[in-house]
Every structure is written in structure tokens, then in C-alpha cells.
Design a protein around this ligand. Structure first.
Ligand code: ARG
Length: 231
């Protein structure tokens, strides 16, 4: 692999946080998804196999897991943010997202203001949680935190929360499988996902950017998009 050194010989070790369908999820004992396919292209290019570690999102978004040498890359539908860039380096953007609300179909909660006195579920350490906190005083809802997207979306189904905030892509995917729910509003937070490496690992970051660029040019990116987001 030339100048690129990997923490485990012959492997590209990826930290992610499951489930975040369709970006990463377990299926038949294997981790699959949009991000998995993209990072597989990088692994192929390096002539190694991708090995995926599931770990809480907090340690991913803080850069802790990258900096302590637990993984070579973090690929977790993670939004590129200036505060995160202080602790890790991001690839070029590979996906766009905005925050959105998941509610039970036909529910009256179609804005943050509608949630006054109600319960809003968030996912720990995410941009959605940050957005909910920033707007809490103005809108007077209670925030209930969940460790992962599975627990968060289940809380909407069971009525434990009145609405949940998360990225639009994963919520629209959830609604496809759960037609008793809907996305009632999007907030236009203008987010972009990046694949992260340890601060200063320019060799690996450069390789990831090359692979993303090539995949976009060749149609491979569109094929992967269609596979996970098509009908
Ligand atoms: N895009 C959001 C963020 O960066 C949520 C990402 C959550 N990803 C996950 N695999 N759990 O904060």
C-alpha cells in the first residue's frame, strides 16, 4: 500500500455506528450499506479488505477512536462540521443531508413550535441533537436522548416520544419500511457527509478523495446510490 500505513496489516479498519440504514446496518450477520460500499472501493484500491467495527457514535464524532488508533477511517453518515474538523480530517463531501422530523402518520407535529410541552427524541452526539438543543428554549419541548437510530425510531412507533429528529435520508428510508410513520418537516440544515481519517493522515485522505472522484466519474457512485436509495 505504498506510503499509506494501516493500523492492522492488510486491512482497512472502519469505525461505524449501527444501525444507520441505509448507510450501515447488520444483515445476516454482515455489515452492509451505502457507506460500506464506498469504503470497499477504497479498500479495493489499497488491495486490502475492509474490517468494520461497531462503536458508539460519541467516540466517532469526537475523533477519539481515530486518534487512539482504533480505526483507519470513520464512515458513519457523519456530517462534516468545523468543531469535528478540529479532531479529525474529512474527505470531500459524498452525500447531502438536512435534519427532519419523524412522526406517526397524520400527527399534528409539523414544526418545532408544534412540539411545545411535547417529547422530542434525539440520537446521542448527532447534529440533530445539537439542532434540537439550540432550538429548545424557543420552542419548549422536552428532549429524550437515545443511543442509536433503532431505539429512536422505535420510540416514535411506541409513542414514547411525539417526534424524533434525525437526518432526512435515514428517516425517509425508515418511512418506506414503516408506512404508519411520516417525515412531517425538513429544516434545511445543509449538511454534508464525509469519511474521516486521523488528523494529518493526508495519504489516506487523498486516496479516499481519488476513489470518490473516480466513482462519481465512472457511474459507480450512481450505481451504489441506486442500490441503497432506489425504489
Ligand atoms: N449526520 C449526523 C451527524 O453527523 C448523524 C450521524 C449518525 N450516524 C450513525 N452511524 N449513527 O451527527
Amino acid at each position: 500500500t505504498g506510503e499509506i500505513s494501516l493500523i492492522n496489516e492488510g486491512k482497512l479498519t472502519t469505525c461505524t455506528h449501527l444501525p444507520y440504514k441505509p448507510f450501515q446496518m447488520s444483515e445476516g450477520g454482515k455489515v452492509v450499506g451505502f457507506d460500506v460500499d464506498l469504503v470497499d472501493l477504497v479498500a479495493d484500491e489499497l488491495g486490502v479488505k475492509q474490517e468494520i467495527t461497531d462503536t458508539p457514535f460519541e467516540g466517532i464524532q469526537s475523533g477519539e477512536l481515530l486518534n487512539s488508533g482504533k480505526c483507519d477511517v470513520a464512515a458513519a453518515g457523519m456530517t462534516i462540521l468545523p468543531v469535528r474538523e478540529q479532531n479529525m480530517d474529512f474527505s470531500d463531501p459524498y452525500f447531502e443531508a438536512t435534519q427532519a422530523l419523524l412522526v406517526k402518520k397524520g400527527s399534528p407535529y409539523r414544526s418545532l413550535a408544534d412540539l411545545r410541552g411535547k417529547k422530542l427524541g434525539t440520537q446521542l452526539g448527532t447534529t440533530g441533537e445539537e439542532y434540537a438543543k439550540q432550538n429548545q428554549d424557543a420552542n419548549g419541548y422536552e428532549i429524550i436522548q437515545f443511543e442509536d437510530l433503532g431505539l429512536l425510531t422505535t420510540a416514535v412507533l411506541t409513542g414514547q416520544v411525539d417526534a424524533a429528529i434525525n437526518d432526512n435520508g435515514v428517516l425517509y428510508d425508515f418511512v418506506k419500511d414503516n408506512p404508519e410513520t411520516e417525515v412531517s418537516v425538513e429544516f434545511d440544515t445543509g449538511e454534508q457527509y464525509g469519511i474521516a481519517v486521523r488528523t494529518g493522515n493526508d495519504a489516506l485522505r487523498g486516496k479516499i478523495n481519488d476513489v470518490l472522484k473516480k466513482a462519481k466519474e465512472s457511474g459507480e457512485y450512481d450505481r451504489i446510490y441506486e442500490k441503497w436509495f432506489g425504489k
